[in-house]
Design a protein around this ligand. Structure first.
Ligand code: NAD
Length: 420
Protein backbone atom coordinates (compact mmCIF):
# COMPACT_ATOMS: atom_id res chain seq x y z
CA UNK A 1 0.00 0.00 0.00
CA UNK A 2 1.34 3.50 -0.83
CA UNK A 3 1.96 5.94 2.04
CA UNK A 4 -0.99 8.06 0.92
CA UNK A 5 -3.32 5.05 0.85
CA UNK A 6 -1.98 3.95 4.23
CA UNK A 7 -2.73 7.38 5.69
CA UNK A 8 -6.20 7.40 4.14
CA UNK A 9 -6.95 4.01 5.74
CA UNK A 10 -5.34 4.74 9.10
CA UNK A 11 -8.39 4.23 11.37
CA UNK A 12 -7.62 7.32 13.45
CA UNK A 13 -7.48 9.50 10.34
CA UNK A 14 -10.75 7.92 9.18
CA UNK A 15 -12.32 8.72 12.58
CA UNK A 16 -11.06 12.30 12.41
CA UNK A 17 -12.38 12.82 8.87
CA UNK A 18 -15.78 11.47 9.94
CA UNK A 19 -15.65 13.84 12.94
CA UNK A 20 -14.75 16.85 10.76
CA UNK A 21 -17.74 16.24 8.45
CA UNK A 22 -20.18 16.19 11.38
CA UNK A 23 -18.45 19.07 13.22
CA UNK A 24 -18.86 21.18 10.09
CA UNK A 25 -22.54 20.24 9.78
CA UNK A 26 -23.00 21.15 13.47
CA UNK A 27 -21.01 24.39 13.03
CA UNK A 28 -19.02 23.55 16.18
CA UNK A 29 -16.78 26.20 17.76
CA UNK A 30 -13.09 26.03 16.97
CA UNK A 31 -12.16 25.15 20.58
CA UNK A 32 -14.61 22.27 20.75
CA UNK A 33 -13.40 20.94 17.40
CA UNK A 34 -9.76 20.96 18.48
CA UNK A 35 -10.55 19.33 21.82
CA UNK A 36 -12.87 16.61 20.59
CA UNK A 37 -10.82 15.42 17.59
CA UNK A 38 -7.99 14.09 19.82
CA UNK A 39 -7.97 11.65 22.78
CA UNK A 40 -7.75 12.95 26.32
CA UNK A 41 -5.06 10.46 27.35
CA UNK A 42 -3.25 7.43 25.91
CA UNK A 43 -1.24 4.97 27.96
CA UNK A 44 1.34 2.69 26.31
CA UNK A 45 2.51 -0.27 28.39
CA UNK A 46 5.02 -3.09 27.98
CA UNK A 47 3.67 -6.42 29.12
CA UNK A 48 6.24 -9.10 30.00
CA UNK A 49 5.17 -12.68 30.66
CA UNK A 50 6.82 -16.07 30.83
CA UNK A 51 5.89 -18.63 28.20
CA UNK A 52 5.13 -22.25 29.05
CA UNK A 53 8.55 -23.29 27.68
CA UNK A 54 10.36 -20.95 30.11
CA UNK A 55 11.19 -18.25 27.52
CA UNK A 56 9.94 -14.66 27.95
CA UNK A 57 7.81 -12.46 25.74
CA UNK A 58 7.19 -8.71 25.97
CA UNK A 59 4.18 -7.35 24.08
CA UNK A 60 2.95 -3.78 23.69
CA UNK A 61 -0.44 -2.79 25.12
CA UNK A 62 -2.54 0.37 25.10
CA UNK A 63 -5.43 2.01 26.91
CA UNK A 64 -6.80 5.20 25.42
CA UNK A 65 -9.48 7.45 26.95
CA UNK A 66 -10.94 9.73 24.33
CA UNK A 67 -13.43 11.76 26.37
CA UNK A 68 -15.00 11.68 29.83
CA UNK A 69 -17.22 14.75 29.80
CA UNK A 70 -20.48 12.75 30.13
CA UNK A 71 -19.25 10.09 32.60
CA UNK A 72 -16.59 7.41 33.09
CA UNK A 73 -14.78 6.14 30.00
CA UNK A 74 -16.06 2.87 28.50
CA UNK A 75 -14.75 0.56 25.80
CA UNK A 76 -13.48 -2.89 24.95
CA UNK A 77 -10.07 -4.53 24.89
CA UNK A 78 -8.78 -6.13 21.68
CA UNK A 79 -6.05 -8.77 21.32
CA UNK A 80 -4.85 -8.85 17.72
CA UNK A 81 -1.45 -8.86 15.94
CA UNK A 82 -2.39 -5.73 13.98
CA UNK A 83 -3.41 -3.58 16.97
CA UNK A 84 -1.74 -0.13 16.81
CA UNK A 85 -1.99 3.00 18.93
CA UNK A 86 -3.84 4.76 16.11
CA UNK A 87 -6.36 1.94 15.84
CA UNK A 88 -7.03 2.11 19.59
CA UNK A 89 -7.34 5.92 19.41
CA UNK A 90 -9.94 5.57 16.63
CA UNK A 91 -11.87 2.90 18.50
CA UNK A 92 -11.84 5.07 21.67
CA UNK A 93 -13.22 8.05 19.75
CA UNK A 94 -15.95 5.92 18.18
CA UNK A 95 -16.89 4.73 21.69
CA UNK A 96 -17.42 8.34 22.83
CA UNK A 97 -19.86 9.05 19.99
CA UNK A 98 -21.54 5.65 20.34
CA UNK A 99 -22.26 6.07 24.07
CA UNK A 100 -23.71 9.50 23.32
CA UNK A 101 -25.84 8.25 20.38
CA UNK A 102 -27.63 5.82 22.72
CA UNK A 103 -27.48 8.45 25.51
CA UNK A 104 -25.47 6.50 28.10
CA UNK A 105 -23.70 8.50 30.85
CA UNK A 106 -20.27 7.41 29.60
CA UNK A 107 -17.30 8.72 27.69
CA UNK A 108 -15.24 6.61 25.30
CA UNK A 109 -12.14 4.44 25.73
CA UNK A 110 -10.50 1.43 24.16
CA UNK A 111 -7.62 -0.90 24.90
CA UNK A 112 -5.58 -3.39 22.98
CA UNK A 113 -2.54 -5.64 22.95
CA UNK A 114 -0.47 -6.22 19.84
CA UNK A 115 -0.39 -10.01 20.04
CA UNK A 116 -1.68 -13.10 18.27
CA UNK A 117 -3.76 -14.67 21.07
CA UNK A 118 -4.24 -17.85 19.01
CA UNK A 119 -0.50 -18.54 19.40
CA UNK A 120 -0.75 -18.51 23.23
CA UNK A 121 -1.86 -21.23 25.64
CA UNK A 122 -4.69 -20.46 28.09
CA UNK A 123 -2.13 -20.14 30.88
CA UNK A 124 -0.03 -17.66 28.87
CA UNK A 125 -3.15 -15.68 27.97
CA UNK A 126 -4.04 -15.43 31.65
CA UNK A 127 -0.55 -14.26 32.64
CA UNK A 128 -0.46 -11.65 29.87
CA UNK A 129 -3.96 -10.39 30.76
CA UNK A 130 -3.13 -10.07 34.46
CA UNK A 131 0.10 -8.16 33.81
CA UNK A 132 -1.62 -5.87 31.29
CA UNK A 133 -4.39 -5.20 33.83
CA UNK A 134 -1.81 -4.36 36.45
CA UNK A 135 -0.15 -1.88 34.08
CA UNK A 136 -3.39 -0.08 33.13
CA UNK A 137 -4.86 -0.28 36.67
CA UNK A 138 -3.65 3.26 37.33
CA UNK A 139 -6.31 4.63 34.97
CA UNK A 140 -9.19 2.09 35.09
CA UNK A 141 -11.83 1.55 37.79
CA UNK A 142 -15.63 1.48 38.19
CA UNK A 143 -15.87 5.27 38.39
CA UNK A 144 -13.01 5.99 35.95
CA UNK A 145 -12.83 3.66 32.98
CA UNK A 146 -14.58 0.32 32.50
CA UNK A 147 -13.20 -2.18 29.91
CA UNK A 148 -15.24 -4.89 28.12
CA UNK A 149 -14.67 -7.63 25.51
CA UNK A 150 -13.74 -6.89 21.89
CA UNK A 151 -12.01 -8.90 19.15
CA UNK A 152 -10.41 -12.08 20.59
CA UNK A 153 -11.24 -11.28 24.22
CA UNK A 154 -14.18 -12.85 26.05
CA UNK A 155 -15.88 -13.37 29.45
CA UNK A 156 -12.91 -15.39 30.76
CA UNK A 157 -10.49 -12.55 29.97
CA UNK A 158 -12.86 -10.13 31.76
CA UNK A 159 -12.88 -12.44 34.81
CA UNK A 160 -9.05 -12.30 34.98
CA UNK A 161 -9.16 -8.50 34.70
CA UNK A 162 -11.77 -8.28 37.47
CA UNK A 163 -9.75 -10.62 39.70
CA UNK A 164 -6.44 -8.80 39.14
CA UNK A 165 -7.99 -5.39 39.84
CA UNK A 166 -9.79 -6.82 42.89
CA UNK A 167 -6.51 -8.23 44.28
CA UNK A 168 -4.88 -4.79 44.03
CA UNK A 169 -7.84 -3.16 45.79
CA UNK A 170 -8.28 -5.78 48.48
CA UNK A 171 -12.06 -5.95 47.98
CA UNK A 172 -14.34 -7.25 45.21
CA UNK A 173 -14.73 -4.74 42.41
CA UNK A 174 -17.09 -6.28 39.84
CA UNK A 175 -17.93 -2.87 38.32
CA UNK A 176 -14.40 -2.50 36.88
CA UNK A 177 -15.24 -4.55 33.75
CA UNK A 178 -18.36 -5.67 31.91
CA UNK A 179 -18.97 -8.75 29.81
CA UNK A 180 -18.02 -10.87 32.85
CA UNK A 181 -19.28 -14.39 33.56
CA UNK A 182 -22.65 -14.43 35.37
CA UNK A 183 -21.10 -16.03 38.47
CA UNK A 184 -19.10 -12.86 39.26
CA UNK A 185 -21.60 -10.11 38.43
CA UNK A 186 -22.12 -10.44 34.68
CA UNK A 187 -25.49 -9.57 33.17
CA UNK A 188 -27.96 -11.87 31.51
CA UNK A 189 -28.21 -10.93 27.84
CA UNK A 190 -24.74 -9.31 27.61
CA UNK A 191 -23.24 -12.02 25.38
CA UNK A 192 -26.01 -11.60 22.81
CA UNK A 193 -26.38 -7.81 23.23
CA UNK A 194 -24.30 -6.54 20.30
CA UNK A 195 -26.03 -8.81 17.79
CA UNK A 196 -29.46 -8.31 19.38
CA UNK A 197 -29.11 -4.54 19.26
CA UNK A 198 -27.95 -4.76 15.65
CA UNK A 199 -30.96 -6.93 14.81
CA UNK A 200 -33.35 -4.34 16.28
CA UNK A 201 -31.79 -1.66 14.08
CA UNK A 202 -32.12 -3.93 11.01
CA UNK A 203 -35.80 -4.46 11.87
CA UNK A 204 -36.25 -0.69 12.15
CA UNK A 205 -34.49 -0.16 8.80
CA UNK A 206 -36.83 -2.71 7.15
CA UNK A 207 -39.84 -0.92 8.66
CA UNK A 208 -38.45 2.41 7.44
CA UNK A 209 -38.17 0.97 3.92
CA UNK A 210 -41.57 -0.74 4.12
CA UNK A 211 -40.06 -4.21 3.46
CA UNK A 212 -40.42 -7.31 5.67
CA UNK A 213 -37.22 -8.77 7.14
CA UNK A 214 -38.51 -12.32 6.68
CA UNK A 215 -37.27 -13.67 3.35
CA UNK A 216 -34.44 -11.16 2.97
CA UNK A 217 -31.05 -12.59 2.04
CA UNK A 218 -28.08 -11.85 4.30
CA UNK A 219 -24.27 -12.13 4.23
CA UNK A 220 -22.24 -11.86 7.45
CA UNK A 221 -18.48 -11.22 7.52
CA UNK A 222 -16.87 -12.34 10.81
CA UNK A 223 -18.21 -15.20 12.92
CA UNK A 224 -17.38 -14.32 16.51
CA UNK A 225 -19.55 -12.82 19.22
CA UNK A 226 -21.27 -10.27 16.97
CA UNK A 227 -21.45 -12.25 13.69
CA UNK A 228 -22.46 -15.72 14.89
CA UNK A 229 -25.22 -14.45 17.18
CA UNK A 230 -26.50 -12.11 14.44
CA UNK A 231 -26.81 -15.28 12.31
CA UNK A 232 -28.98 -16.90 15.01
CA UNK A 233 -31.21 -13.88 15.51
CA UNK A 234 -31.72 -13.04 11.82
CA UNK A 235 -32.42 -16.72 11.02
CA UNK A 236 -34.99 -16.80 13.87
CA UNK A 237 -36.76 -13.84 12.24
CA UNK A 238 -37.06 -15.63 8.89
CA UNK A 239 -34.18 -13.96 7.04
CA UNK A 240 -32.06 -16.23 4.82
CA UNK A 241 -28.36 -16.04 5.70
CA UNK A 242 -26.60 -17.23 2.52
CA UNK A 243 -22.96 -16.58 3.43
CA UNK A 244 -20.78 -16.27 6.54
CA UNK A 245 -17.02 -16.02 7.03
CA UNK A 246 -14.18 -15.86 9.54
CA UNK A 247 -10.45 -15.14 9.33
CA UNK A 248 -9.87 -18.34 7.28
CA UNK A 249 -12.56 -17.71 4.62
CA UNK A 250 -16.26 -18.22 4.13
CA UNK A 251 -19.13 -20.63 3.51
CA UNK A 252 -21.86 -19.94 0.96
CA UNK A 253 -25.15 -21.61 0.02
CA UNK A 254 -28.01 -20.09 -1.96
CA UNK A 255 -30.36 -22.35 0.06
CA UNK A 256 -29.43 -20.58 3.29
CA UNK A 257 -27.23 -21.64 6.19
CA UNK A 258 -28.53 -23.17 9.40
CA UNK A 259 -26.78 -21.42 12.34
CA UNK A 260 -26.61 -24.61 14.41
CA UNK A 261 -24.82 -26.48 11.60
CA UNK A 262 -22.33 -23.67 10.98
CA UNK A 263 -21.62 -23.21 14.69
CA UNK A 264 -21.13 -26.96 15.21
CA UNK A 265 -18.72 -27.10 12.25
CA UNK A 266 -16.76 -24.08 13.56
CA UNK A 267 -16.57 -25.65 17.01
CA UNK A 268 -15.18 -28.92 15.60
CA UNK A 269 -12.87 -27.56 12.90
CA UNK A 270 -12.06 -24.04 14.07
CA UNK A 271 -13.62 -22.39 11.01
CA UNK A 272 -16.89 -21.94 9.14
CA UNK A 273 -15.05 -22.99 5.96
CA UNK A 274 -16.15 -26.45 4.79
CA UNK A 275 -19.53 -26.49 6.57
CA UNK A 276 -21.30 -29.46 4.89
CA UNK A 277 -23.50 -28.45 1.95
CA UNK A 278 -21.71 -25.11 1.38
CA UNK A 279 -19.25 -23.74 -1.17
CA UNK A 280 -16.09 -21.96 -0.14
CA UNK A 281 -16.13 -18.20 -0.64
CA UNK A 282 -13.48 -15.55 0.06
CA UNK A 283 -13.97 -12.67 2.49
CA UNK A 284 -13.75 -10.08 -0.31
CA UNK A 285 -16.14 -12.05 -2.52
CA UNK A 286 -18.66 -12.31 0.33
CA UNK A 287 -18.91 -8.53 0.57
CA UNK A 288 -19.83 -8.29 -3.12
CA UNK A 289 -22.60 -10.93 -3.08
CA UNK A 290 -26.02 -9.78 -4.28
CA UNK A 291 -27.84 -9.81 -0.94
CA UNK A 292 -30.49 -7.65 0.72
CA UNK A 293 -28.56 -7.20 3.97
CA UNK A 294 -24.80 -7.14 4.48
CA UNK A 295 -23.43 -7.36 8.03
CA UNK A 296 -19.68 -6.73 8.38
CA UNK A 297 -18.81 -8.12 11.85
CA UNK A 298 -15.00 -8.42 11.73
CA UNK A 299 -12.46 -5.58 11.41
CA UNK A 300 -11.97 -2.07 10.00
CA UNK A 301 -11.47 -0.96 6.38
CA UNK A 302 -13.29 -3.83 4.69
CA UNK A 303 -15.33 -1.55 2.42
CA UNK A 304 -13.17 1.01 0.61
CA UNK A 305 -13.41 3.03 -2.60
CA UNK A 306 -11.91 -0.02 -4.39
CA UNK A 307 -14.76 -2.44 -3.73
CA UNK A 308 -17.63 -0.08 -2.77
CA UNK A 309 -18.90 0.30 -6.38
CA UNK A 310 -19.64 -3.46 -6.38
CA UNK A 311 -21.26 -3.57 -2.91
CA UNK A 312 -24.99 -2.94 -3.28
CA UNK A 313 -27.09 -4.48 -0.51
CA UNK A 314 -30.35 -2.73 0.37
CA UNK A 315 -29.14 -2.46 3.98
CA UNK A 316 -25.57 -2.32 5.29
CA UNK A 317 -25.60 -2.94 9.06
CA UNK A 318 -22.18 -2.27 10.58
CA UNK A 319 -21.85 -4.68 13.49
CA UNK A 320 -18.07 -4.15 13.28
CA UNK A 321 -16.44 -0.85 14.18
CA UNK A 322 -15.10 1.18 11.28
CA UNK A 323 -15.66 -1.32 8.43
CA UNK A 324 -16.30 1.46 5.85
CA UNK A 325 -14.00 4.33 4.82
CA UNK A 326 -15.40 7.86 4.22
CA UNK A 327 -14.66 7.53 0.46
CA UNK A 328 -16.67 4.31 0.32
CA UNK A 329 -19.50 6.00 2.24
CA UNK A 330 -20.02 8.46 -0.60
CA UNK A 331 -20.19 5.66 -3.19
CA UNK A 332 -22.60 3.58 -1.12
CA UNK A 333 -24.82 6.60 -0.54
CA UNK A 334 -24.92 7.37 -4.28
CA UNK A 335 -25.85 3.75 -4.94
CA UNK A 336 -28.82 3.99 -2.56
CA UNK A 337 -27.48 1.61 0.11
CA UNK A 338 -29.29 2.18 3.42
CA UNK A 339 -26.49 2.43 5.99
CA UNK A 340 -26.91 1.63 9.68
CA UNK A 341 -23.64 3.16 10.93
CA UNK A 342 -21.47 1.31 13.46
CA UNK A 343 -21.99 3.78 16.30
CA UNK A 344 -25.70 2.95 16.10
CA UNK A 345 -25.74 -0.63 14.74
CA UNK A 346 -23.39 -2.15 17.33
CA UNK A 347 -24.32 0.05 20.31
CA UNK A 348 -26.32 -2.80 21.89
CA UNK A 349 -23.08 -4.20 23.36
CA UNK A 350 -22.18 -1.10 25.31
CA UNK A 351 -25.82 -0.55 26.26
CA UNK A 352 -26.03 -3.90 28.06
CA UNK A 353 -22.52 -3.30 29.44
CA UNK A 354 -24.00 -0.19 31.00
CA UNK A 355 -26.88 -2.28 32.38
CA UNK A 356 -24.33 -4.74 33.81
CA UNK A 357 -22.40 -1.92 35.51
CA UNK A 358 -25.61 -0.44 36.95
CA UNK A 359 -26.57 -3.89 38.32
CA UNK A 360 -23.06 -4.36 39.82
CA UNK A 361 -23.12 -0.94 41.51
CA UNK A 362 -26.61 -1.58 42.90
CA UNK A 363 -25.94 -5.26 43.74
CA UNK A 364 -29.36 -5.98 42.30
CA UNK A 365 -29.76 -8.15 39.21
CA UNK A 366 -32.40 -8.11 36.47
CA UNK A 367 -34.07 -10.90 34.51
CA UNK A 368 -33.06 -11.50 30.89
CA UNK A 369 -36.46 -10.19 29.75
CA UNK A 370 -35.91 -6.92 31.63
CA UNK A 371 -32.48 -6.53 30.04
CA UNK A 372 -33.75 -7.26 26.53
CA UNK A 373 -36.77 -4.99 26.87
CA UNK A 374 -34.66 -2.08 28.05
CA UNK A 375 -32.16 -2.75 25.24
CA UNK A 376 -34.97 -2.81 22.68
CA UNK A 377 -36.31 0.53 23.91
CA UNK A 378 -32.86 2.16 23.70
CA UNK A 379 -32.05 0.78 20.22
CA UNK A 380 -35.39 1.61 18.57
CA UNK A 381 -35.42 5.10 20.10
CA UNK A 382 -31.84 5.76 18.99
CA UNK A 383 -32.59 4.58 15.45
CA UNK A 384 -35.50 7.02 15.25
CA UNK A 385 -33.36 9.85 16.72
CA UNK A 386 -30.74 9.30 14.00
CA UNK A 387 -33.35 9.15 11.24
CA UNK A 388 -34.93 12.40 12.44
CA UNK A 389 -31.57 14.19 12.09
CA UNK A 390 -30.88 12.62 8.67
CA UNK A 391 -34.25 13.89 7.44
CA UNK A 392 -34.13 17.30 9.08
CA UNK A 393 -30.59 18.15 7.94
CA UNK A 394 -30.64 16.11 4.70
CA UNK A 395 -27.43 14.30 5.56
CA UNK A 396 -26.48 10.64 5.19
CA UNK A 397 -27.11 8.25 8.08
CA UNK A 398 -23.48 8.20 9.24
CA UNK A 399 -23.27 11.96 9.46
CA UNK A 400 -26.65 12.02 11.22
CA UNK A 401 -25.45 9.54 13.87
CA UNK A 402 -22.24 11.54 14.33
CA UNK A 403 -24.20 14.77 14.62
CA UNK A 404 -26.35 13.22 17.35
CA UNK A 405 -23.39 11.79 19.30
CA UNK A 406 -20.96 14.67 18.81
CA UNK A 407 -23.71 17.21 19.49
CA UNK A 408 -24.40 15.67 22.92
CA UNK A 409 -20.70 15.47 23.85
CA UNK A 410 -20.07 19.00 22.58
CA UNK A 411 -22.95 20.33 24.68
CA UNK A 412 -21.60 18.61 27.84
CA UNK A 413 -18.13 19.99 27.12
CA UNK A 414 -19.46 23.48 26.38
CA UNK A 415 -21.57 23.70 29.53
CA UNK A 416 -18.71 22.40 31.73
CA UNK A 417 -16.25 24.71 29.96
CA UNK A 418 -12.89 23.69 28.52
CA UNK A 419 -10.47 23.79 31.46
CA UNK A 420 -7.40 25.36 29.95
P1 NAD B 1 -14.71 -11.93 18.10
O1 NAD B 1 -13.30 -12.06 18.50
O2 NAD B 1 -15.74 -12.61 18.91
O3 NAD B 1 -14.88 -12.39 16.57
C1 NAD B 1 -14.14 -11.85 15.53
C2 NAD B 1 -14.46 -12.63 14.28
O4 NAD B 1 -13.88 -11.98 13.15
C3 NAD B 1 -13.90 -14.06 14.29
O5 NAD B 1 -14.85 -14.93 13.73
C4 NAD B 1 -12.69 -13.96 13.37
O6 NAD B 1 -12.38 -15.18 12.74
C5 NAD B 1 -13.19 -12.95 12.36
N1 NAD B 1 -12.11 -12.31 11.63
C6 NAD B 1 -10.92 -11.87 12.07
N2 NAD B 1 -10.21 -11.36 11.05
C7 NAD B 1 -10.99 -11.46 9.95
C8 NAD B 1 -10.84 -11.10 8.60
N3 NAD B 1 -9.71 -10.53 8.17
N4 NAD B 1 -11.87 -11.35 7.74
C9 NAD B 1 -12.99 -11.94 8.19
N5 NAD B 1 -13.20 -12.29 9.45
C10 NAD B 1 -12.21 -12.07 10.31
O7 NAD B 1 -15.01 -10.35 18.00
P2 NAD B 1 -16.40 -9.59 18.16
O8 NAD B 1 -16.52 -9.18 19.57
O9 NAD B 1 -17.49 -10.34 17.47
O10 NAD B 1 -16.06 -8.25 17.33
C11 NAD B 1 -16.27 -8.15 15.93
C12 NAD B 1 -16.48 -6.70 15.57
O11 NAD B 1 -17.59 -6.20 16.31
C13 NAD B 1 -15.31 -5.77 15.93
O12 NAD B 1 -15.22 -4.74 14.97
C14 NAD B 1 -15.72 -5.22 17.27
O13 NAD B 1 -15.06 -3.98 17.55
C15 NAD B 1 -17.20 -5.06 17.04
N6 NAD B 1 -17.99 -4.94 18.27
C16 NAD B 1 -18.01 -5.93 19.20
C17 NAD B 1 -18.76 -5.75 20.35
C18 NAD B 1 -18.87 -6.81 21.42
O14 NAD B 1 -19.64 -6.61 22.35
N7 NAD B 1 -18.19 -7.94 21.32
C19 NAD B 1 -19.49 -4.57 20.55
C20 NAD B 1 -19.47 -3.59 19.57
C21 NAD B 1 -18.71 -3.79 18.43
Amino acid sequence: MSMVAEKIRNPFHVAQRQFDIAAEALRLDQGLRLKLRVPRRALIVSVPFERDDGSWMVVQGYRVQHDVSRGPAKGGIRYHPQVTLDEVKALAMWMTWKCAVVNLPYGGAKGGIEVDPKALSLHELEKMTRRYTNEIAIIIGPEKDIPAPDVYTDAQVMAWIMDTFTMRQGFASPGVVTGKPLSIGGSLGRREATARGCTYTIEEACKHMGKPLAGMTVAIQGYGNAGSIAHDLLHERGAKVVAVSDSRGGAHSTHGLDPKEVQAHKKDSGSVVGTPGTDRIGNRELLELKVDILVPAALENQITEDNAPRIKPRILAEAANGPTTPEADLILHENGVFLIPDILANAGGVTVSYFEWVQDLANYFWTEDEVNQKLETVMRRSFRDVMAIAEKHRVNNRTAAYMLGIGRVAEATRVRGIYG
